[in-house]
Design a binder for this molecule. Sequence first.
Ligand SMILES: N[C@@H](CCC(=O)N[C@@H](CS)C(=O)NCC(=O)O)C(=O)O
Length: 217
Amino acid sequence: MSDLTLIIGNKNYSSWSLRPWLYMKQQGIDFEEIRIPLFTPEMEAQLEPCFSDSKVPVLIDEGYSIWDSLAIMEYLADKFPENVSWPAYIKARATARSVASEMHSSFSNVRNEMPMNCRVKYSDIALSEGALKEIERIKALWRHCKRFYGQDGKWLFSQFTIADAMFAPIVIRFKHFDIPLEGVEAEYVDMVYNNQYMQEWMKAGREEKEVIAEDEL
Ligand SMILES: N[C@@H](CCC(=O)N[C@@H](CS)C(=O)NCC(=O)O)C(=O)O
């Protein structure tokens, strides 16, 4: 039994939960998983002791709670310094932190108009100017990382880092909304989408029984 427990929401919908889950799987960190369906009465009760404002993901390390996806991954980076969580070179590291933080704090139009849903492939959805602009920004971020730091491997900074985990739900959104991509962005999206843990997550999401209306997400 592991000392670490990751509390997540529905795999079909919970984009914030996917990030640390993928990070832990990809890094080979052993953990127990507790799935709490979102927006249910038991969610609030079960999360009450975690001080997470009733939100997932939460990581519990021997009774100590860390909430918020990025903080969880930073904690695990500190706890397991032998893992590569950020690039080694100081400027690549700063860029990785910049893009991860930008993902964490931005792209509200994409989030609102393009929900992560592992079951649904959307077609002919008219996106707002704001969402289209954000999609271009995300593509530009990926091209920048790949061009300057990601030429020796398949991930944004060659090796898998927290930055890749932060963008994982965007990959599902781009695939399921059939966003036109080319070159390195298309290769990156295909590679991440076909990653074995991403496939495992999406399969589990498709098999879940709960259905949440998109305007509730
Ligand atoms: N900034 C937080 C966001 C967490 C978040 O909003 N999680 C959603 C699920 S994906 C949630 O728990 N929603 C429940 C609610 O808002 O009541 C993070 O990075 O972990």
